[in-house]
Design a binder for this molecule. Structure first.
Ligand code: ZN
Ligand code: ZN
Length: 261
């Protein structure tokens, strides 16, 4: 089965409409394409520039649902949601009974600051406190047992900055929580195109996931239709070397598996 699930349209920071994405997915011969635009409920009502406006949310759902009967490719309704512990109850209320196929939970913000937009805007304690805090947030997100997929799990390496303290305890705690919550980890190929020059998460972390029996899915974090399956072959090869033999896919927030070919 060929599919791509981490995809952004003009509802958030993607470059083209949902219709254009679907059109290109068809050209690529995908069986399924999932749209996963950015969404989050902040504590102070501050909108992240790339996020969908709350009043656009129903239009987003309705547009994707309008493709419900289409089979070539099947169109899946996803979201990439910023994990904000304080607003989880509000979020659950908004998403209640929405016909979502999957939710990607991501952490792009620490202490209300975006950590992946530019290296120049990173605080001086980035390689110590912030990186540690990132993994604590990943653990807390898993502990909520609400999200299906962990988005770009080691995003803090994006600018090729290495932690200056030992964070192995926080990482292990996060991975154990992910296992405990039965979440799926995405292998996000967009990482190859940033200074870190490797997929999110790193091979070392993927090996740990394999040991724990954490399921995986390969995604591109596409903001352009041409990137829908960018470097998937590279990711598939790596995952086979690590010992993975199947990939997760989702329907109405239930997980299924397809062979890794
Ligand atoms: Zn993201
Ligand atoms: Zn994304």
């Amino acid at each position: 089965m060929k599919y791509s699930y981490h995809v952004h349209s003009t509802f958030s920071d993607g470059k083209v409409s949902i219709a254009k994405i679907i059109e290109h997915a068809k050209i690529l011969g995908l069986d399924e394409v999932g749209i996963s635009d950015h969404f989050h409920i902040s504590v102070d009502d501050i909108l992240i520039p790339c996020d969908m406006e709350l009043n656009e949310f129903d239009n987003y759902i309705n547009e994707i649902v309008s493709y419900e009967k289409q089979t070539n490719p099947k169109v899946k309704l996803g979201l990439e949601i910023e994990f904000v512990f304080e607003t989880m109850d509000q979020l659950k209320k908004i998403l209640f009974q929405k016909p979502l196929d999957y939710i990607i939970g991501s952490v792009h913000m620490i202490n209300n600051k975006i950590i992946d937009s530019s290296i120049d805007s990173l605080p001086s304690n980035f390689c110590t406190d912030i990186v540690k805090e990132y993994w604590i947030k990943i653990r807390q997100m898993a502990e909520c047992k609400f999200f299906d997929i962990v988005g770009h799990m080691d995003l803090t390496k994006k600018f090729n900055l290495k932690p200056k303290i030992d964070i192995s305890k926080e990482i292990d705690a996060a991975l154990n929580a992910i296992k405990e919550a039965d979440m799926t980890v995405e292998v996000n190929t967009s990482g190859f195109y940033y200074p870190c020059k490797e997929q999110f998460p790193s091979t070392h972390l993927l090996k740990k996931c394999k040991k724990l029996g954490i399921p995986i899915i390969v995604t591109a974090d596409a903001h352009l239709p041409e990137h829908l399956t960018r470097d998937f072959d590279k990711a598939f090869k790596l995952l086979k070397e690590i010992g993975y033999s199947k990939l997760a896919y989702f329907t109405k927030r239930k997980r299924f598996f397809t062979p890794l070919e």
